[in-house]
Design a protein around this ligand. Structure first.
Ligand SMILES: Cc1cc2nc3c(=O)[nH]c(=O)nc-3n(C[C@H](O)[C@H](O)[C@H](O)COP(=O)(O)O)c2cc1C
Length: 164
């Protein structure tokens, strides 16, 4: 073995999980952000963690509203989902700009991505600083899905989305 940078290690451990994280913006619309750093944290109660850079909009919206959804999206939104990782909801209405097929969530306010393999609706329990990111810990309050949808994962240091 040889020494690796974290970036090299992240490429070697692909495919990485991928989701679109949705939050409610101040104007009542839904913002979608690309996210690979999410994980299951607990079974009872069902708990998920998401790790967000403080530079983007989404973390501040989770803190302001206490809610977010994670949509494990399918191939139909592959390019749109990648675009959601390349600009901020501060300056772009990503839902209309990238034609994200959104639908109402079952219990939380922000919309979710239609035709997803799995959608988790989450309520914030706690958050803590994780060096240059913020870790948000949330209880899962609803889960829906469709096993027919093929899940997309992140490859090439988060530069490409594809099925496996
Ligand atoms: C495949 C992929 C995965 C990403 N994963 C994360 C992540 O886990 N955490 C994070 O903070 N940003 C991640 N990003 C970057 C954010 O999606 C990006 O900074 C986005 O512009 C933030 O949007 P917002 O300002 O609307 O919240 C990822 C981007 C891509 C393309």
């Amino acid at each position: 073995m040889t020494d690796l940078t974290l970036g090299q290690a992240q490429r070697l451990t692909a495919p990485a999980p991928f989701a679109l994280l949705s939050t409610l913006k101040e104007d009542g619309s839904t913002n979608f952000m690309a996210i690979s750093w999410w994980t299951y944290l607990s079974n009872h109660p069902a708990t998920i963690g998401v790790c967000l850079s403080r530079k983007g909009l989404s973390g501040s919206r989770i803190e302001a509203t206490g809610e977010f959804a994670l949509s494990i999206v399918g191939e139909d939104v592959k390019q749109a989902a990648l675009n959601c990782g390349r600009c901020s909801g501060r300056t772009t209405d990503k839902k209309s700009e990238f034609n994200i097929p959104a639908e109402k969530a079952s219990v939380i306010v922000p919309e979710v991505v239609a035709n997803s393999r799995v959608v988790f609706e989450c309520r914030l329990v706690n958050h803590t600083q994780a060096a240059d990111h913020e870790l948000y810990i949330a209880e899962v309050v609803a889960i829906r899905g469709n096993p027919e949808v093929k899940q997309v994962f992140a490859f090439d240091g988060y530069a490409r989305l594809d099925t496996i």
